[in-house]
Design a binder for this molecule. Structure first.
Ligand code: AMP
Length: 219
């Protein structure tokens, strides 16, 4: 089951990928996570990519493609994988086709206002980093962390005007990639307006339609 998950920031893609990874017993591969780990460990790769990641710029295609090529050659990918955060350019999508034959690309879609509401309600503890949501996961006392009592803050990145801007960048960047997979006939759109507990079963239903069934013992 070789899958790519695509979707705008805040749509819940990472959450879905990690849930589906557990249900199907295939690795969830996030290039962002790989890069952050390499930077933390201070590896050669980490040193090469650090400045790009810190500035929020795209890491050059040849580095990202080589990283993915190595990762997909590992044993745990034999049964399949879920790619999250890759491809991010048309060049990466084309290079991926030279490495593997994908089964499906799931594109998670939700109206901008739903995403903006979801992200802009997010609050983070200024001390311990615990994450809350003013509607979906509120703290017991408004504006105060349940765990350590410190004030909750809103990250600049989560402010509505910033989210709106990130959504515009996403649309521009991904339009050619979505078009590429649509023309190949492997793109499936998944409605992600609801919360993860509703979306994950929907993804499983889509995957079953294409002949992919959960591992025995999982839901
Ligand atoms: P993410 O966690 O997916 O937002 O990724 C964090 C950062 O890693 C991005 O802002 C980029 O600097 C880098 N990155 C992750 N995936 C890619 C990719 N496919 N192509 C280029 N840069 C990437």
């Amino acid at each position: 089951m070789k899958l790519v998950f695509i979707g705008p920031p805040g749509v819940g893609k990472g959450t879905y990928a990690s849930a589906i990874s557990k249900i199907y017993g295939v690795p969830h591969i996030s290039t962002g996570d790989i890069f952050r780990e390499e930077i933390k460990k201070g590896t050669d790769l980490g040193k090469r990519i650090r400045s790009f990641v810190e500035k929020g710029e795209l890491v050059p295609d040849e580095i990202v493609i080589e990283t993915i090529r190595k990762r997909l050659s590992q044993d745990d990918c034999k049964k399949g994988f879920i790619l999250d955060g890759f491809p991010r350019t048309l060049e990466q999508a084309k290079a991926l086709d030279e490495i593997v034959v994908l089964d499906l690309v799931l594109e998670f879609v939700a109206p901008d206002d739903v995403i903006i509401k979801r992200i802009s309600g997010r609050r983070i503890c200024s001390k311990c980093g615990a994450i809350y949501h003013v509607v979906f996961n509120p703290p017991k006392v408004s504006g105060v962390c349940d765990k350590c009592g410190a004030p909750l803050i809103q990250r600049d990145d989560d402010k509505p005007e910033v989210v709106r801007h990130r959504l515009e960048i996403y649309k521009k960047r991904f339009a050619p990639i979505i078009d590429y997979y649509m023309k190949k006939g492997i793109l499936v759109k998944v409605d992600a307006r609801e919360l993860a507990d509703k979306v994950v079963p929907k993804i499983v239903e889509v995957l079953k339609k294409y002949g992919f069934y959960p591992e025995k013992g999982s839901s």
